[in-house]
Design a protein around this ligand. Structure first.
Ligand SMILES: *Cc1c(COP(=O)(O)O)cnc(C)c1O
Length: 395
C-alpha cells in the first residue's frame, strides 16, 4: 500500500513526514481551549501487488514491519466472559482485553507505531504529555526501541503510572497544572528541542496506531461486531476504532461499520455534550477515571464527525457506576481493569436493555487496574485487623 496524510477537514493530501502534525491550512483556524483543528488522517492507495485478504495486522500500517520495536504489542485476547454473560443475559458478549499489552494499556498500539516511525526516520528523542498511560506506554515501548523519552505529566497523575515511566528510564517532568497545561508545555518543548511529539491526536500516528484493535477484533470474531463500547476522553481511541473498521470496509474485507458507543464519565463529558449541542464548551473535568478525565478533548471534532457519520452513540456514566462496574468485572471474570477501562462495562449495563440480547457485543477494556489502586480502593473494604491465630476467623 502507498500511504499519505489527508486532512480530515479540507481533504488536502500530504506526504507523511516527521515535522508535519496538523494540516497547515486548517490548523490556522485553531481556537483557544477547543479541540484540535486540521487533524490529519492516514490514507492509502492499494498497489497492484497488494492482496488485502492476506494482510497481517502490520500491513495495514504506514511503517514497514522491520522498523517496529521488539516488544509484543497488540494481539490481545478477545474472550468470552461466561459468568458475566449469564449475569447480564447477553450470550455473545466479548471482552477485548487490552490490559494485556506490555505496559498495561491500549496506548501501546499508538506508541508502537510512533516508535517504528521514529526508527524509520532516525529520530532518537520523543516527547509526550499525558495523564499517565500514554506516557508510561511511550516510555516502555520507547525503551524497547532504544529511544529517549521525555514525559510531561500533571502532578496529580496516579503514582503507579509515573513509577512505571521512571522504571522504563524516561525523563519525567511533573507539571504544576492539569493535563491541558502539560499538553501545551510539551508542545513548546518539542518545538524548542526538535523532538518528535507523540501527543495524542496531534501526532496523526496515534489515531492510526490504535486502529489495530479493530482489525484484531474483526479477525478474531470473523465478522464485524454489532456493538462496541469504547471509553472516551480525548476521543483518539474512538477515532482509531472507527479508522480500523473503515479501512476494513474500504478494502472489501468487512461489509459494515459497527455501532460504536462512546462512554464518558459524567464529570468529563465534553464529547457527549458537543455531540448533543453541536459545540465544545470548556469544562472542568472531575472523575475517578483519570484516563478519561479531559477538559479539552483534543480529537473532539474528528470524534464527533465519526459518531455522526456512522450512527454512533454517546453515553455518560457516573463515578459510582464506573467503580461498581470495575468490581463486577473483576469479581466475575478475573479481569482487573482501571476505572476508565471499566467505563465500557458501566455504559453497556446502562443501555443493555435497549439492545437485542443476541447481539454480538465487544467491550473494549483499555487499561490495567493495578495502575491506579487508590481509585480501586474507594469501593472496597480493606481488611483492617490482622489475626494472630486461626480461631479468630474460624469457629
Ligand atoms: C487513554 C485512555 C482512554 C481514553 O482514550 P482517549 O483516546 O483519550 O479517548 C481510555 N482508557 C484508558 C485506560 C486510557 O488509557
Amino acid at each position: 500500500m502507498q500511504f499519505f496524510y489527508k486532512c480530515s477537514e479540507c481533504g488536502r493530501e500530504f506526504e507523511i513526514k516527521p515535522d508535519l502534525m496538523v494540516c497547515p491550512a486548517c490548523s490556522k483556524k485553531q481556537e483557544l481551549n477547543k479541540p484540535l483543528r486540521g487533524i490529519l488522517e492516514v490514507d492509502f492507495e492499494l498497489q497492484d501487488e497488494d492482496n488485502p485478504e492476506k494482510f497481517n495486522v502490520l500491513d495495514f500500517l504506514p511503517v514497514r514491519a522491520k522498523f517496529f520495536p521488539p516488544i509484543p504489542v497488540g494481539n490481545t485476547p478477545l474472550w468470552r466472559p461466561v459468568n458475566l454473560r449469564k449475569i447480564l443475559g447477553f450470550s455473545n458478549l466479548f471482552l477485548k482485553d487490552d490490559t494485556l499489552n506490555p505496559t498495561g494499556s491500549l496506548k501501546d498500539r499508538a506508541s508502537y507505531l510512533v516508535a517504528a516511525f521514529a526508527k524509520e526516520h532516525g529520530i532518537k528523542d520523543v516527547v509526550i504529555a499525558s495523564t499517565g498511560n500514554a506516557a508510561s506506554s511511550m516510555a516502555g515501548v520507547g525503551a524497547a526501541q532504544g529511544l529517549n523519552i521525555t514525559i510531561f505529566v500533571p502532578v496529580s497523575a496516579p503514582k503507579a503510572k509515573i513509577i512505571q515511566s521512571l522504571q522504563y528510564g524516561a525523563r519525567v517532568i511533573p507539571v504544576d497544572g492539569n493535563y491541558d497545561r502539560a499538553y501545551d508545555l510539551s508542545l513548546e518543548y518539542s518545538k524548542i528541542t526538535g523532538s518528535l511529539s507523540r501527543n495524542t491526536a496531534y501526532n496523526p500516528l496515534t489515531i492510526e496506531g490504535k486502529k489495530t484493535v479493530s482489525i484484531e477484533i474483526f479477525k478474531q470474531l470473523g465478522r464485524v461486531p454489532d456493538y462496541i463500547f469504547v471509553p472516551v476522553g480525548d476521543g483518539v481511541i474512538l477515532g482509531g476504532v472507527y479508522k480500523g473498521f473503515r479501512d476494513l470496509k474500504r478494502l472489501g474485507l468487512a461489509d459494515t461499520i459497527p455501532v460504536v458507543y462512546a462512554i464518558q464519565a459524567e464529570g468529563s463529558d465534553a464529547i457527549c455534550k458537543a455531540f448533543e449541542n453541536g459545540s465544545f464548551e470548556p469544562i472542568n473535568a472531575r472523575t475517578v477515571a483519570d484516563s478519561i478525565s479531559v477538559n479539552i478533548p483534543r480529537n473532539g471534532y474528528y470524534a464527533i464527525k465519526q459518531l455522526k457519520d456512522f450512527g454512533g452513540k454517546c453515553v455518560k456514566v457516573n463515578d459510582g457506576e464506573i467503580l461498581e462496574a470495575q468490581k463486577l468485572l473483576a469479581s466475575t471474570t478475573g479481569l482487573f481493569a482501571e476505572p476508565a477501562a471499566s467505563a465500557s462495562l458501566a455504559g453497556f449495563i446502562k443501555v443493555k436493555d435497549t439492545l437485542n440480547r443476541d447481539s454480538v457485543v465487544v467491550l473494549l477494556i483499555t487499561g490495567n487496574g493495578l495502575k491506579d489502586i487508590d481509585a480501586a480502593k474507594r469501593r472496597l473494604e480493606f481488611p483492617q485487623r490482622a489475626i494472630r491465630n486461626i480461631e479468630e476467623i474460624v469457629r
